[in-house]
Design a protein around this ligand. Structure first.
Ligand code: GMT
Length: 397
């Protein structure tokens, strides 16, 4: 069968009503959030968006006529120690692409989405359907898990086989070239924020309950993995609290939470620290906070810090990965060396001084505005247009 496009719509119509399959992790992680918000944003612009994943994405809990959700049904069998998710995902991509006449597949987080998409694309070719695959690299798929020898050959292959590749920061792009034998151009498209949702809300009653004696409020949100260095958050908080009375809110959950909770019980700091667990309306907490801490060991962009900045919260961060592309030293907060809790504490005290705080709050908001969803979404649209045009050229259309 000769190669052909998936639908007989003209290129003009194709631009207006592009049908896109988005594959992502549906959990609270940053890659899933970006993929879901991207899909939501595109749906508002009349694209038809088909999410393909193993459960309903966390931020996809409303109705929109342009949004569709296809659940990957993966079954176990006594012979398998682990259910082969990647195969079920590839099969679902084939099914959805074929029956919904998708124009392209956009996968978020390389493992295992890029290799599953490669498989789906090749299967579709045998059915006379030729659609391109775009892979967005998010961070640990490159900097941690992906470069592990147990995954590296497949990650390298599936990046090189993607029709287009994007990365969420210049730093992640460079890491990809450093750790993998990649011969493709990588487009840098930073994370973005919906400023209609993330802005400073008036939640003073909440602040009064947490800080009854007008203490300063420090916040950290993460998935409590080792790379987040949450123990550094505790150390900085202890140092700051010794000079300026403050409270610490820890939002999120993950493998390190129990250890961190035990640590703060041992040091006796628990009275001033609250673990809030996973929170859907994180913007409400950010709205009453004075300072955000992100001391990560690895961080390709730092979406959680961007969410804080949009709510006018300055950031004290490490200089890991792409964070310096977001947090501007001396403007939106400060950038310190990974693990330098002394410097982080000093910088935090500087920001929290009454004469400095409002300047840093403004600086944080101004920086966040650069990553407004309305500025970043067109960058993805451009990659879609270009990739489709290249695909058509290859097919001689
Ligand atoms: O932070 C995490 O561990 C979650 C992870 C993910 O893929 O879900 O986040 C990564 O992608 C985000 C969205 O692009 C980035 O903002 C985060 O910086 C990045 N995390 C790391 O690189 C550790």
């Amino acid at each position: 069968m000769s190669p052909c496009l998936n639908s007989d719509r003209t290129p003009h119509n194709r631009e207006l009503n592009m049908k896109i399959g988005i594959v992502c992790y549906p959990t609270y992680g940053g890659s899933g959030v970006i993929a879901t918000e991207l899909g939501n944003g595109l749906a508002k612009k009349d694209y038809k968006i088909h999410f393909i994943t193993y459960s309903q994405p966390a931020r996809l809990d409303f109705f929109n006529e342009n949004l569709y959700y296809h659940e990957v049904d993966f079954r176990n069998y006594p012979l398998f120690q682990y259910a082969p998710y990647e195969l079920a995902l590839a099969s679902k991509m084939v099914e959805v692409a074929q029956f919904e006449q998708l124009d392209l597949l956009h996968v978020h987080y390389a493992i295992p989405h890029a290799s599953a998409a490669f498989m789906a694309r090749e299967i579709l070719k045998t059915k006379g359907i030729n659609i391109p695959v775009i892979t967005t690299l998010h961070g640990t798929d490159i900097t941690l898990v992906g470069k592990d020898p147990s995954y590296e050959p497949v990650v390298t292959f599936s990046i090189n086989q993607s029709n287009a590749v994007t990365a969420v920061s210049e730093s992640l792009k460079q890491d990809t070239y450093e750790h993998f034998d990649v011969n493709k151009d990588i487009y840098v498209i930073p994370n973005f924020i919906d400023l209609k949702r993330f802005n400073k809300l008036s939640k003073d009653h909440f602040r009064k309950a947490i800080c009854p004696d007008d203490e300063k409020l420090i916040v950290h949100t993460s998935n409590f993995r080792k790379v987040k260095r949450v123990e550094d958050v505790l150390a900085v908080f202890k140092g700051v609290n010794a000079v300026v009375k403050c409270k610490l809110l820890l939002v999120g959950d993950g493998p390190e939470r129990t250890r961190i909770e035990n640590l703060c019980r041992e040091t006796g700091d628990c009275n001033d620290i609250r673990f809030l667990g996973k929170l859907e309306a994180v913007e409400e907490v950010l709205s009453v906070s004075d300072l955000f801490l992100m001391p990560s060991e690895k961080e390709s962009f730092g979406l959680a810090a961007l969410e804080a900045m949009a709510c006018e919260v300055p950031v004290i961060s490490s200089d890991a990965g792409g964070i310096p592309e977001l947090n501007i030293d001396g403007e939106s907060g400060f950038v310190c060396k990974i693990g330098d809790v002394k410097d982080m504490t000093e910088k935090a005290l500087h920001v929290l001084k009454d004469e400095n705080l409002s300047r840093f709050k403004k600086g944080a908001l101004n920086r966040a505005k650069k990553f407004d969803i309305h500025k970043i979404l067109p960058m993805y649209e451009e990659v879609y247009e270009q990739t489709l045009a290249e695909n058509m050229k290859t097919l001689g259309v």
